[in-house]
Design a protein. Sequence first.
Length: 132
Amino acid sequence: YIEENVKEHGNDENVKKWTGLHYLCQAKNCTPQLLNTYFQHCFEAEKFEVIKFTTPLHLLCRNENVTKEHLDKYMDVNIKGMTHMDEDLQTPLHYLCRANYCTAALIKSALQFYPDAGTFRGGTAVTSHIHK
């Protein structure tokens, strides 16, 4: 049922411009396997290139159940996802680094897809983790 629903409606957007992937990424029961199912059957590899708004990866990084496997699965289909900024000019890495559940392994996994994260002047995502 999930595969058929994803194939048919996976890229449909609601008024918030959210797709099913947005909701999946914030769900407590989101697993790397569910992400894989979504990506296999329906995913327009991030049409979020230029627009500044909350991407599914922003939500995944805010999900207290996020794991290295989640990030790796997501980044398999969108290598640039960690660099996207939302309306508040925050990247998914910013949200991940500020979270109480953030671990060194999660930051290391995220940084492999955004190696320039620590090179910006001012407050970076990584420094926000160090100062919490």
